[in-house]
Structures are given as structure tokens and as C-alpha cells.
Design a protein around this ligand. Structure first.
Ligand code: DC
Length: 232
């Protein structure tokens, strides 16, 4: 049990359906939601705006200061999910841009950035409970979590989902390129020294390949119900 309130962690690679499952679960439980990836994306966005380079010492120090002081505000949305504000400006869509995804992944590999975001992530543990979505929620940030889930899907399936998402928005996309980028990013997230992407030893692994959201959510609800929590 985590001090203060119960915590459920969802970790796994990008595009596995984690974000949707985490926000549906938080809504069903009436708990708070931490989208930790959004914090790394905000660092990436701010660093891009300031033209910072993760390879330069002075820029890394500046980015750690930015990470420590991020004026972020998560605003509950009427649909599933939430909007993200940085210093009062809505950046929900801006932080999903490809260059920001790329920057977030690079800055997230740096221990100083991860350290700068550590305490602020733990501050999200507030009654009645927290659903935390990320890469190292169950391994590093909330090792005492009450329930740990590792959500995964094949790289091909994740590429297809991303492609469908972009097509739906009318954005021209190349499936092969998306696949290659996903594999590269997985590689970087899993092979970095600082909090590499991997399931916690006590995590339940849920593979969403070929599954719709409702089916995956049902599996999660069974695990949650077994803990005695009520989901609507
Ligand atoms: O989940 P996402 O795609 O929004 O995450 C953006 C980037 O941040 C991704 O490259 C992985 C990284 N990240 C991380 O290193 N640790 C987390 N807890 C969450 C995200």
C-alpha cells in the first residue's frame, strides 16, 4: 500500500492502449489519473521551444530546471481523458506532435530529468486513489503500488493503430515509417540506463494485440474487483 491512498500502475510501450485504458479505469473508479508521459512531453516541448540540445551540458542543466518548475495543469475533459495546460495555455495537441514525441523520448533518457520529475509524480497520490500511466510507474515511482499492470501489444499492431489514428485525423502517414520509429523508440526506452522500460516483477502482463478496448478493460476490471475496489 502506498502512503496516503491506493495506487494502480499501468506501464508499457507507447501505442499499446495504456492511455485509453488508464483514463477509462480512473473514470470508472472515480480516482485521479497521472499521465506521466505528458510530463516528459512538456519537457520536450519546452526544450524544443528554447532550442535546447540534450547533448550539451548547459542545455541539460537548463532542461532540468524547466522539468522541476513545469507549470502544468491537468484539466478533466468531458470525454474520457484530460486536457493539458502549460502556464495556462492548452498544449494537449501540441505535445502529441511527432517532433515532441521524439524530443520527449530523448530527454526522458536523462537521469537528471527523471529525478527532477520524481517528487512531483508522487504528489499525485491523493485520496480516493491514483491510476498512474507511464513506463516506470510500477518499477521506480510507485514500487509499493497496490496493483501493477504492464500493457503491451506487438510493434506491428501499435504501428497500425497509430496509422489509423492519423488517417482518421486526415494526416498523411506512412505505415512502414511509423513502424520503424516505434521499434527505434522502444529500443531507446528499453535500453536506457535510467528507468528502462520493463515490467515490474509483480506486474500482471496484458497483451492487447488483436483485442478491442472493451476486452482489455474487462480483464483489468477483473483484477481490480479481486482487490475489492468497485468500478462503475
Ligand atoms: O507515453 P508517452 O508516449 O506520452 O511518453 C512520452 C515519452 O516519455 C516516451 O518516449 C517515454 C517517456 N516516458 C518515460 O520515460 N517515463 C514515463 N513514466 C512516461 C513516459
Amino acid at each position: 500500500m502506498t502512503a496516503g491512498a491506493p495506487v494502480i500502475t499501468l506501464d508499457g510501450p507507447g501505442g499499446a492502449g495504456k492511455g485509453t485504458l488508464a483514463s477509462e479505469l480512473a473514470r470508472g473508479l472515480g480516482w485521479w489519473l497521472l499521465d506521466s508521459g505528458a510530463l516528459y512531453r512538456l519537457v520536450g516541448l519546452s526544450a524544443l521551444r528554447e532550442g535546447l540540445n540534450p547533448g550539451a551540458d548547459a542545455d541539460r542543466a537548463r532542461a532540468a530546471v524547466i522539468a522541476q518548475g513545469l507549470a502544468v495543469h491537468f484539466v478533466p475533459d468531458t470525454g474520457a481523458g484530460q486536457r493539458v495546460e502549460l502556464a495556462g495555455a492548452d498544449v494537449t495537441d501540441a505535445i502529441r506532435a511527432d517532433d515532441v514525441s521524439e524530443a520527449a523520448s530523448r530527454w526522458a533518457a536523462l537521469p537528471a530529468i527523471r529525478q527532477a520529475l520524481l517528487a512531483r509524480q508522487r504528489d499525485f497520490v491523493v485520496p480516493p486513489g491514483l491510476v498512474a500511466d507511464g513506463r516506470d510507474m510500477g518499477t521506480v515511482i510507485f514500487p509499493q503500488a497496490d496493483l501493477k499492470l504492464y500493457i503491451t501489444a506487438s510493434a506491428h499492431e501499435r504501428a497500425r493503430r497509430r496509422y489509423a489514428q492519423l488517417s482518421e485525423k486526415g494526416v498523411a502517414a506512412n505505415l512502414e515509417r511509423i513502424y520503424r520509429e516505434i521499434v527505434e523508440r522502444d529500443q531507446r526506452d528499453a535500453s536506457r540506463d535510467a528507468a528502462p522500460l520493463k515490467p515490474a516483477a509483480d506486474a500482471h502482463v496484458i497483451d492487447t494485440t488483436g483485442e478491442d478496448v472493451a476486452t482489455s478493460l474487462e480483464k483489468i476490471h477483473d483484477l481490480v474487483a479481486a482487490k475489492g475496489w468497485r468500478v462503475d
